[in-house]
Design a protein around this ligand. Structure first.
Ligand SMILES: [Cu+2]
Length: 272
């Protein structure tokens, strides 16, 4: 009996020993866990394969975050050093226009992925969206690009607004980034602001100040303890919004340029 117990113990020890060993060697947390692969393709002339991921399976108009994974097309090894440049374009038949975007912040991957963003200022109802992704693979110094067609849908509650400013006549585009999952209580609030300079130039804008006034129109009340979004970089403004109860909320936003009113007509609808 003792012998059996002993040999059983040895078998268990070996099994677990081997298991943890092999686990150490081959298992690494999957960087794309929880993400959806939208498309993949070879970047011509770069010996590089590209995969495009996002958190959601469908792309809505507004601020869309993407994650790009690159692989050596011969060995399959991950490429973690690359310069990536985006160029979104919408073909509306009679004319073409670009949109705001954020290239990866570094040529070094973050957990094997290159995070980047495109602001789709309208849905594919009005035309055809593509994103040209230019890749310079720094492990072989080859450069090329891949043009990806994307279908952009309009969500029930829009997260993308625009206005023509009264103080300078320029057109501004506002994206609602947070709250993604609104809850009762204090929520992080984030918007991004872009200025349309031309059909091909949509830089981030940090010149405006923002006042946030949430209200429940059907109940005739607002909420206390909100924090106006302030600029934190790249046109992103962060603040806090307080939802004192569930239901339909209107997030009124007033934009000022110094002492001059830029716009006081915009709002985002949130219902939860
Ligand atoms: Cu368009």
């Amino acid at each position: 009996m003792k012998k059996i117990v002993l040999s059983l113990a040895i078998v268990i020890a070996i099994t677990f020993g081997l298991y943890s060993c092999s686990k150490d060697v081959i298992q690494e947390p999957n960087p794309t866990e929880g993400l959806t692969k939208l498309t993949e393709g070879y970047v011509p002339g770069t010996a590089t394969k590209m995969e495009l991921y996002s958190k959601d399976a469908s792309i809505n108009s507004g601020f869309s975050k993407f994650y790009i994974a690159l692989y050596d097309s011969v060995t399959g090894a991950r490429v973690d050093n690359a310069e990536i440049q985006l160029m979104p374009m919408m073909d509306m038949g009679m004319m073409q226009h670009s949109a705001p975007y954020e290239n990866p912040a570094s040529s070094k991957s973050v957990n094997h992925l290159f995070p980047c963003s495109v602001v789709f200022i309208m849905s594919s109802m009005g035309g055809t969206w593509t994103v040209k992704v230019n890749v310079k693979n720094l492990s072989n110094n080859k450069e090329g690009y891949l043009t990806i067609p994307l279908t952009v849908t309009e969500p029930v509650k829009s997260k993308q607004k625009s206005f023509t400013a009264t103080h300078n006549g320029s057109k501004y585009f506002i994206s609602l980034i947070d709250p993604v999952a609104p809850k009762v209580g204090i929520n992080d609030m984030e918007i991004a602001v872009y200025k349309k300079v031309s059909m091909m130039s949509w830089p981030a804008d940090s010149s405006l100040s923002v006042t946030l006034t949430p209200e429940m129109p059907t109940m005739g009340h607002g909420s206390p303890n909100n924090v106006n979004p302030v600029h934190i970089g790249k046109g992103h403004y962060k603040g806090k919004v307080n939802f004192t109860m569930t239901g339909y909320w209107k997030l009124n936003l007033d934009f000022m340029s110094g002492a001059a009113v830029a716009d006081s007509t915009q709002f985002f609808d949130i219902e939860f």
